[in-house]
Design a binder for this molecule. Structure first.
Ligand SMILES: [Zn+2]
Length: 738
């Protein structure tokens, strides 16, 4: 019997169909081993040796049981680095290979890879097994170790200097920096006013010219009217040049003067230009372009897109979905060309197959573009529904169109010269649809009437419109992925996790489909940029990604790569821990001018505190005056007099004059606030009664001098902290929890 290991149950189901009874197919259900969560898990001194622990005991036990009776182990997990690492972990845990991925004595171990899960591809792969590629494994390990070192070493510094529970990751911090800097550009942006002039004209005179002014105040009325005008007139013209230069009209007076100048003149067509251009299809999808297009066209997040794509891959309907290669196999090209010819006719088939060049130099483990396994099958033929059907059709149409003829677009330009002013009208129409037949990109068509040089036309409406220059747009998921790809930072397997990490850490928020940085996100970037520029440097991060690619092809030793990064980083960490001050990073900006310090009357600044933003005297630490900033309540009402509450928690603290503190909810949970909070910035923790503590959390650890540890809540849950924490960096795990 041969034991075939894949990573997911649905993939094993598909593969089982194609292999005979001599094969047992089992799923590892993802990784079976990983770094421990509770500690660094990397022995830096021992060449960065990772201390892996088993993370999926149940799956491993099943694999071990089946392996006992197996003659041969066949590793059929996914073809990228992640898959190679899973193969290596599984084979090691089964005792089949050594640390270098070499089969142990008397063990038969084969690694097979395939781009698509079809009978032919599987049989082909079984015939051509290879051994575990330790370079790919090492590339995966170095990414894991690198990210772990940065995350686990840098985060405690953020806790000390900004707020507990924060964390900094390697690539995600760069993505966050992009979002933060875009927001800064927007804040610094000053909109400039400019005006445009359009003349809606007819071939026959229809009476007097009507002048319309489209400024901000009457916008909606005018917009409705202009829409009607556009439909009812023959030729839309716009002011194109003044004395051969692009016009710069900065106010209504300049625009009106021009309108006055031209409105009663004769409008004669001076020139007609007709040209035909080709619109070429786009290459087939790779991971990043699939995610961007699904977001733009279908409004689907990268995460959902990848979930649908993975299901399609595992069902044997598309090729592997994590790829940066544009290559399409010879067989697939033959298949798609014969399909195009049969279905659409020879005019839609280019004379020879189109070759697309892959940008990524080292894209070697990713073999093919994302394409359907069988081009003749539509989503309906495969019985697909919902998102899977949408993603399948998108992939199919894009791949199909990539091998079709270009569309032909005819462009007509008309020019009318009036003194020094030149007006232009542009029309375009599609004369041959080509690839647009299956991949309907939007091409706006404006059909102009047939006119010749010397013809007179008659403006019916002249519209002068006010505009303002726009700040650079915030990043959406699609544009952020595009930017990361341009910077050489993202990889097919990382886009989704980059974006979801900065979102779940509350470093960015979504405004519609756009990302806005939070205060915490801004502060984190401020600190990283000032003290750990490498971590958020675009070039440096791209270089690290390239180094990982080099490790994957055996051109760089992974331990050396890690040393080159880590030794200076560690030195920096130690230095910065001493030098950087807590306070400077908490300043978010200036308070509005009318807000003055309640103690000394000075200006105030906005700071980030434990419970959100507040105003602090700009003279701090000489003056400690502060004011609260009310944040709209996310408060869940709790009955503090209920038995449940009073039996569990200590009573509310009281002010000196006997008033009770009020229970509030902040960023890190519930707390007691001074009755005059936020004016009086005094907050106390909500504490569980000691007797209940023992009952719920087991014995409370004590210091050598008998002081009790304090229960704290961090990103990874609750823990016991030394009473002098964070000064004394000593935390203990909670032994039990009820
Ligand atoms: Zn003050």
């Amino acid at each position: 019997m041969n034991l075939v290991v894949v990573e997911s149950p649905s993939k094993s189901k598909t593969i089982k169909k194609y292999l005979g009874k001599d094969y047992t197919v089992l799923a590892s259900k993802g990784h079976v081993a990983d770094l421990p969560k509770s500690e660094l898990g990397v022995e830096v001194e021992k060449n960065f040796e990772p201390k892996y622990i088993v993370t999926n005991k149940k799956s491993l036990a099943e694999l071990k049981k089946a392996y006992k009776d197996a003659d041969k182990l066949i590793l059929a997990v996914d073809l990228d680095r992640e898959g190679e690492a899973i193969a290596w972990h599984v084979a090691q845990r089964l005792g089949a290979v050594d640390k270098n991925g070499k089969p142990k004595k008397d063990k038969k171990v084969e690694r097979i890879v395939f781009d698509e899960i079809t009978k032919d591809a599987i049989n082909e792969a079984i015939k051509k097994p290879r051994s575990i590629d330790i370079n790919l494994v090492n590339a995966q390990q170095s990414r894991r170790v690198l990210d772990r070192l940065v995350g686990y070493k840098l985060s405690p510094l953020l806790w000390k200097k900004i707020a507990f529970g924060l964390s900094a990751g390697r690539v995600q911090s760069v993505a966050l920096r992009l979002v933060v800097e875009r927001e800064e550009e927007r804040d610094a942006f000053k909109a400039e006013e400019y005006w445009s002039i359009e003349a809606y004209s007819n071939l026959k005179e229809k009476g007097k010219v009507e002048i319309l002014s489209n400024d901000q105040e009457n916008e909606t009325d005018i917009l409705e009217k202009i829409k009607n005008i556009k439909e009812s007139t023959d030729i839309p013209l716009y002011l194109f040049k003044i004395e051969g230069k692009t016009p710069k009209l900065t106010n209504i007076a300049t625009a009106s003067a021009i309108v006055d100048d031209v409105k009663d003149k004769e409008w004669i067509i001076n020139n007609v230009e007709i040209s035909e251009s080709l619109r070429y299809p786009k290459p087939p999808f790779i991971t990043s372009t699939l995610q961007q297009t699904a977001s733009n066209w279908l409004g689907m997040s990268a995460k959902r897109t990848m979930m649908a794509a993975q299901a399609l891959y595992e069902a044997g309907f598309i090729t592997y979905m994590r790829t940066d290669s544009l290559h399409m196999s010879v067989q697939a090209v033959d298949q798609v060309r014969s399909y195009i010819n049969k279905k659409f006719g020879v005019q839609y088939l280019p004379q020879s197959a189109i070759q697309y060049k892959t940008k990524s130099k080292l894209a070697q483990e990713a073999h093919e573009c994302i394409r359907p396994v069988d081009f003749t099958k539509t989503a309906d033929d495969l019985g697909l529904t919902d998102e899977k059907s949408k993603i399948y059709n998108l992939i199919r149409n894009r791949a199909l169109s990539s091998q079709m003829t270009p569309a032909k677009v005819e462009t007509i330009s008309l020019f009318v010269d009036i003194g020094k002013y030149q007006f232009k009208s542009s029309g375009q129409r599609i004369t041959f649809d080509g690839y647009l037949k299956v991949y309907p990109e939007k091409i706006s068509e404006t059909i102009l009437p047939v006119v010749s040089k010397g013809d007179q036309i008659y403006p019916e409406f002249i519209v002068q419109s006010q505009h303002f220059t726009q700040p650079p747009a915030r990043y959406s998921e699609a544009s952020l992925i595009k930017k990361l790809e341009e910077l050489g930072i993202g990889r097919p397997s990382t886009y989704v996790s980059i974006i979801s990490t900065i979102q779940t850490r509350n470093y960015i928020e979504k405004d519609g489909k756009y990302f806005v940085p939070t205060d915490v996100g801004k502060v984190v970037i401020k600190l990283l940029k000032k003290y750990f520029l490498n971590i958020v440097d675009y070039g440096f991060t791209a270089q690290m990604e390239e180094n990982l690619d080099k490790v994957a092809v055996g051109k760089l030793d992974w331990v050396n790569m890690l040393k080159d990064f880590y030794l200076p980083f560690e030195k920096e960490l130690k230095e910065k821990d001493k030098t950087l001050t807590r306070d400077e990073f908490k300043i978010l900006g200036q308070a509005p001018g009318d807000i003055k310090c309640p103690k000394c009357g000075s200006k105030m600044v906005i700071k980030l505190g434990k419970y959100g933003r507040f105003y602090s005297c700009s003279k701090f630490p000489d003056c400690d005056g502060m004011l609260g900033i009310e944040k709209e309540g996310d408060e869940t009402p709790v009955d503090i007099n209920s038995d449940e509450f009073t039996s569990l928690y200590e009573k509310a603290p009281k002010t000196d004059d006997g008033r009770e503190y009020v229970l509030k909810t902040g960023r890190f949970g519930k707390f007691w606030a001074h009755p005059d909070y936020p004016k009086v910035k005094d907050a106390r923790p909500l504490t569980i009664k000691p007797e209940k503590m023992e009952e719920i959390y087991g014995e409370i650890p004590k210091t050598d001098d008998g002081r009790m540890y304090i229960l704290k809540k961090g990103r990874f849950g609750e823990f016991w902290a030394h009473p002098d924490y964070p000064k004394v960096k000593d935390i203990k795990k909670i032994s039990k929890k009820k």
